[in-house]
Design a binder for this molecule. Structure first.
Ligand code: IMP
Ligand code: MG
Length: 174
């Protein structure tokens, strides 16, 4: 691997991730029946998750990408949109597809931003949830796995931009 290889411990295998995605896809299919959904992927951490989830999800769908400025290590820095969505979501069933929810500041900002466009519905799906770290009260509608307060890398998740390409998920040793 690279500079992270001695600092990480295996956490979720590709097979375990795949099983979580299948479970989530079945839940979302039964929620929306055959209605079209617009999947919104906040860059960059969710790229591998959305790529696998959209192929697993047996529903009519469109996909779009958004980039919100980070909130980490910048206490008080205003959250803003760096890349906005390009689809019109008014009257659409929108599903924000996140790889992990931590403090939830980014997501709550994005949620109110998308709500302003009057979607028919707006829900949140996340592969991993770290509720222990919440600073904003936000509950995702679909959760792959609730995890402890641990920093994880791999499968889109990075540490200083390293590790996004790892097929499995690891946690960082302290
Ligand atoms: P928050 O929910 O506003 O704190 O920010 C969530 C974003 O922070 C996620 O979409 C990730 O990009 C990043 N993040 C949160 N926890 C982790 C982690 O354990 N590893 C890597 N990135 C993380
Ligand atoms: Mg993310």
């Amino acid at each position: 691997m690279d500079r992270l290889k001695d600092a990480i411990v295996p956490y979720l295998t590709q097979k375990e991730i795949k099983d979580l995605i299948k479970k989530l896809a079945r839940q979302v299919e039964s929620e929306y029946k055959d209605q079209e959904v617009v999947l919104v992927c906040p860059l960059k951490g969710s790229i591998l998750f959305i790529a696998d989830f959209m192929r697993e999800l047996n529903l009519p769908q469109r996909v779009d990408f958004v980039k919100v400025s980070g909130t980490k290590g910048q206490t008080g820095a205003p959250v803003k949109i760096i890349k906005d969505i390009s689809l019109n979501i008014t009257g659409k069933h929108v599903l924000i597809v996140e790889e992990i929810i931590d403090e939830a500041k980014t997501l709550s900002f994005l949620k109110s931003r998308l709500m302003a466009a009057n979607p028919a519905s707006l829900k949140i799906i996340t592969l991993l949830d770290k509720p222990a770290r919440r600073v904003v009260n936000l509950k995702p509608d679909f959760v792959g796995k609730t995890i402890e307060d641990r920093f994880v890398v791999g499968y889109g998740l990075d540490e200083g931009e390293i590790g996004r390409n790892y097929p499995d998920i690891y946690y960082l040793k302290h």
